[in-house]
Write a protein that binds this ligand. Structure first.
Ligand code: SAH
Ligand code: SF4
Ligand code: F3S
Length: 484
C-alpha cells in the first residue's frame, strides 16, 4: 500500500456558506485513511460545516493518522506540534487527532500535545461532530468543568463504523475509494495494524453496492475496493446475512468474487481496483471473477514481504514460497496477463544475506511490476518487537533497501518494455500538473501512461500506441491524433 499524505479538498466558499463553521482535515497513511477522512467530512457537513483547504481559516482541524512505521508517527507529531502556536493565538480552535496513531497511543496524545482537544480511534470517528460540540459546550461553562475534562477521548473498538453517505454530496472525485471491510484478523509479527484497526468486519454486499451506485451517480468512474486483506472479504460472515441468500458464494457466504460480479453490472463504473490482497485468500472463484469481470484491473497488489521461508515463518505471514507461487499460478491460470505488485520488508529480524537474496530472486522470478520496499521498523507491542531481535544495523537495512530497489527497477523496466510498440486501452484520469497538454491515464494492467491530448479526453477510455517505456510507466500517443 502506498503511504501518502493528502489534504482535504477546498470547497470553494459557496455564497450560502455564510458563517458556517469550517473543517480542515490533514490525512496521513493509506487509502483507508483517505476514505475515512471523506466519511468524517460528510458527517461534519451534515452537522452544518463546510470544508476548507487551509488551516488558517479552520474552526476545527483534524489529523487522521498512521502508525505503520515510526516515521509516519513522527511526521504527525511535528504537524500537530506546529498548531500549538496557532491555538495560542486562536483559543477557539478545536484540534483532534484520529485514526491509527490515536488508537495506538490514546491519552498519550494529550500528554505530548496539550493543545489537542480530541483523541478518536479508528472505530469512533462517526461521533466527532458531536464531540466537537461537546468541547465547545464545556468551554462555554469553564466553572462547571475541570481543565482535563475539556478534552475528550473515544477509542472503544467494539463499535462498528456506521457508514451513511446517501443524501450527502459525494466529493471523492473521478477515482473513489470504498472500504469493503475494516480491520485485520491476521497477526503478522511486525505489524501494528491489527492493534490499531481491530478485528475484521465486512460490510454487507447490498450496502456496498448502494454506496458504489451513489458514488457513480455523482461522478465516480473508478472505484478502489479497500481492505487490509481485501480478498478475505466476507470470511467473517458466518451465515448469509438477511436478504443475501441469492448472493451465496461458492463458500456458502458472500465473498469478494460475488461483490465483483455485482459491481461489474454497474453502469457508469469503468474500473474496479483492489487494495490489498493476501495470498492466503487467493481462490479459484476469485481468480475466475477477475477473468469474467472486465472492469477489474488486471493488476493486483499481492505483497510477498520476503523471499525466504525462514523469514516468512518469523513474520507469521501464513504462507511459504511454495504456497505463494501456487497462488500466483492460480491467478495466472485464469488471467494470464495479470500484473502483480508486492511490498517488501528488508532487514527483518535475523534476515541473513541468503534470506535477502531470496527476496531478490523472488522479485525477479515472478516479475512484479510494482514494488514498495520498506526497512523493518519495530513497532511497539508487536510480537516481533517484543520477542525477536532487531539485530540488523540500520546501514545494512539501508543497503538492502537500495539493492532490492535496483532489482525492482530492472525487473519493472523489463516487464514494462513488453508494452513498447503495442496498442493499449487506457482510462484517462487527469491532466499532468506540469503540463496541461499532457494527459495521464492507466491501462487495465494498472500501468500509468502519459500522452498528449485534449483535456476533454479526461474520463474517457482511449486506445494508445506505446512509444516509450520506463520502469514506472509508458508514454504513447493516440493514433487518431497522430500527425496533428
Ligand atoms: N494489509 C497489507 C499491508 C498494510 S501495511 C498487507 O498485509 O499487505 C503496508 C506495508 O507496510 C506492508 O505491506 C509492509 O510491507 C509494510 N510494513 C508494515 N509493518 C511494517 C514494519 N513494522 N516495518 C516496516 N514495514 C512495515
Ligand atoms: Fe498487517 Fe499482516 Fe494484517 Fe497486512 S495482513 S495488515 S501486514 S497483520
Ligand atoms: Fe497506517 Fe493505519 Fe493505514 S497504520 S497504513 S493508516 S491502516
Amino acid at each position: 500500500m502506498s503511504i501518502t499524505r493528502f489534504q482535504s479538498q477546498t470547497d470553494p466558499r459557496a455564497p450560502d456558506a455564510g458563517d458556517k463553521p469550517k473543517l480542515h482535515v490533514v490525512t496521513f497513511g493509506c487509502q483507508m485513511n483517505k476514505y475515512d477522512s471523506l466519511l468524517v467530512e460528510g458527517r461534519f457537513k451534515r452537522a452544518g460545516y463546510v470544508t476548507t483547504g487551509s488551516i488558517d481559516d479552520a474552526d476545527v482541524v483534524l489529523f487522521n493518522t498512521c502508525s505503520v512505521r515510526d516515521h509516519a508517527e513522527e511526521r504527525t507529531w511535528s504537524w500537530v506540534g506546529e498548531l500549538k502556536q496557532v491555538k495560542a493565538e486562536r483559543p477557539d480552535l478545536v484540534i483532534g487527532v484520529m485514526g491509527c496513531m490515536a488508537q495506538r497511543v490514546e491519552g498519550e496524545v494529550f500528554k505530548r500535545a496539550g493543545h489537542v482537544d480530541l483523541v478518536v480511534g479508528t472505530r469512533q470517528f462517526q461521533h466527532l461532530p458531536g464531540m466537537v460540540a461537546e468541547v465547545r459546550a464545556r468551554r462555554a461553562r469553564p466553572d462547571a468543568f475541570r481543565a482535563r475534562d475539556m478534552r475528550l477521548l473515544a477509542t472503544d473498538m467494539t463499535e462498528d463504523v456506521a457508514v451513511e453517505r446517501e443524501g450527502e454530496e459525494y466529493t471523492g472525485g473521478r477515482h473513489g475509494y470504498l472500504a469493503v471491510m475494516r480491520g485485520c484478523d491476521l497477526n503478522c509479527t511486525y505489524c501494528i495494524v491489527p492493534t490499531t484497526r481491530g478485528r475484521v468486519r465486512s460490510r454487507p454486499i447490498d450496502d456496498l453496492v448502494r454506496e458504489a451506485e451513489w458514488m457513480v451517480a455523482q461522478g465516480a468512474q473508478v472505484i478502489t475496493l479497500l481492505g487490509q486483506t481485501v480478498n478475505s472479504y466476507g470470511e467473517d460472515f458466518s451465515v448469509p446475512g438477511p436478504g443475501e441468500a441469492r448472493m451465496l458464494g461458492r463458500q456458502g457466504r458472500p465473498s469478494l468474487a460475488d461483490l465483483l460480479y455485482r459491481l461489474q453490472e454497474l453502469e457508469g463504473l469503468v474500473r474496479i481496483r483492489l487494495v490489498t490482497l493476501h495470498p492466503s485468500y487467493v481462490t479459484r472463484p476469485f481468480a475466475r471473477a477477475i477473468r469474467d469481470c472486465d472492469k477489474v484491473d488486471r493488476f493486483l497488489p499481492l505483497p510477498a514481504q520476503s523471499g525466504s521461508d525462514a523469514v516468512l515463518k518469523r513474520m507469521k505471514r501464513g504462507y511459504n514460497l511454495d504456497l505463494y507461487r501456487k497462488r500466483v499460478a492460480i491467478l495466472r491460470e485464469f488471467v494470464p496477463d495479470i500484473e502483480l505488485g508486492s511490498d517488501w520488508i528488508v532487514g527483518f529480524c535475523g534476515e541473513t544475506e541468503a534470506d535477502f537474496a531470496g527476496s531478490e530472486a523472488l522479485l525477479e522470478e515472478l516479475e512484479f511490476a510494482v514494488n514498495y520496499i520498506f526497512k523493518y521498523d519495530p513497532r511497539p507491542a508487536t510480537h516481533a518487537a517484543e520477542r525477536l531481535d532487531d539485530d540488523l544495523d540500520v546501514s545494512v537495512k539501508k543497503a538492502r533497501n537500495r539493492r532490492l530497489l535496483a532489482v525492482a527497477e530492472r525487473v519493472q523496466r523489463t516487464r514494462l518494455a513488453r508494452y513498447a510498440g503495442t496498442s493499449v486501452r487506457a482510462f484517462v484520469e487527469s491532466t499532468s500538473e506540469r503540463d496541461p497538454r499532457v494527459l495521464l491515464g492507466r491501462t487495465i494492467h494498472g500501468v500509468p501512461v502519459s500522452f498528449r491530448g485534449a483535456q476533454e479526453l479526461v474520463g474517457t477510455t482511449i486506445q494508445l500506441a506505446i512509444d516509450e517505456t520506463t520502469a514506472y510507466g509508458l508514454a504513447g500517443r493516440a493514433p487518431e491524433l497522430a500527425g496533428r
